[in-house]
Design a protein around this ligand. Structure first.
Ligand code: VOV
Length: 248
């Protein structure tokens, strides 16, 4: 039997994609819109408090194209905390001007493919920071879910640990050449959602997503074993850029 990679898990993740119901937003009067925005502001402040208390992290980005209008990415300590933040948003006045577009549930994951022998990873502050990260406020986000293939000739799960480690090393080397340009957060979703991993990338230059993902397509682990879902790309929203987006 082949050996499963051991994994470390950190915060749970919810990518909550919403579309604007522009017809309803435009039909609301100024006061209704102001109430909705005030509540949203309060909600945003609550997220900041969670981050300050190191109990999670949240970022909000637009989504370009018709798949959604914006995404809230939440990291929290438990699935219950994620559900609570999702419910809290749904109860806001602002939520009634939005529709649900897509969601993805996963947990921040690190595998031991490239870990150091004999080291207890949970004693390493760098590892802890990667498992419970403050989400970066880079200008752009790219999210997509993916699987590793389980086909007769190309079955990732039938490979030996050594074969997988060799390929992951090559993957890591490509990734590292984007250090400073692209920050990745890999979340595992086996048993949680429809794909095996969520890939969330952050960059200040959106073209770096294209370059990185393209380069990885030639690397064996992606070329042979990668299967990909829909891609979502957009730019950072803060309270003022969100207001700008909603201004009529
Ligand atoms: C910014 C770039 C970047 C960097 C530095 C990087 C490095 C690394 C390392 C060192 C490791 C292994 C240890 C760990 O940390 O878990 C991984 C792990 C993983 N990766 Fe990665 N990856 C990147 C980027 C990166 C991208 C763009 C993708 C999507 C692939 C593509 O073709 O579109 C990806 C996927 C993954 C996945 C699904 C896993 C888990 C695989 C598993 O079987 O467990 N990843 N990744």
């Amino acid at each position: 039997m082949n050996e499963a990679a051991s994994t470390l898990e950190g915060w749970y993740a919810l990518h909550d994609f919403r579309s604007m119901n522009w017809t309803a937003w435009k039909a609301a009067d100024d006061e209704e819109r102001a109430v909705a925005l005030d509540e949203l502001q309060e909600f945003w402040n609550d997220w900041k408090k969670v981050e300050e208390a190191s109990q999670g992290s949240t970022v909000v980005y637009t989504v370009v194209g018709q798949k959604a209008d914006f995404v809230m990415m939440h990291l929290r300590e438990t699935l219950e905390d994620l559900k609570a933040v999702e419910n809290a948003f749904n109860k806001t006045t602002f939520a009634k001007y939005t529709t649900k577009a897509y969601s993805y549930v996963s947990v921040v994951e690190l595998s031991n493919y490239l870990g150091k022998e004999g080291e207890d990873p949970m004693q390493n502050p760098e590892i802890i920071a990667r498992l419970k990260p403050v989400l970066p406020q880079r200008q752009y986000i790219c999210f997509y879910p993916m699987n590793k293939k389980r086909e007769l000739n190309d079955n990732w799960y039938m490979l030996s640990m050594d074969e997988r480690r060799t390929m992951m090393r090559s993957h890591g080397m490509i990734g590292r050449s984007y250090a400073g340009k692209v920050k990745q957060i890999i979340t595992g979703s086996v048993g949680f959602d429809d794909w095996e991993w969520g890939v969330t990338l952050f960059a200040d230059d959106a073209l770096q997503f294209k370059k990185l993902v393209y380069e990885m397509r030639f690397d064996e682990v992606s070329a042979r074993y990668g299967e990909f879902g829909s891609f979502y790309v957009g730019s950072l929203l803060n309270e003022s850029t969100l207001e700008e987006m909603l201004k009529l």
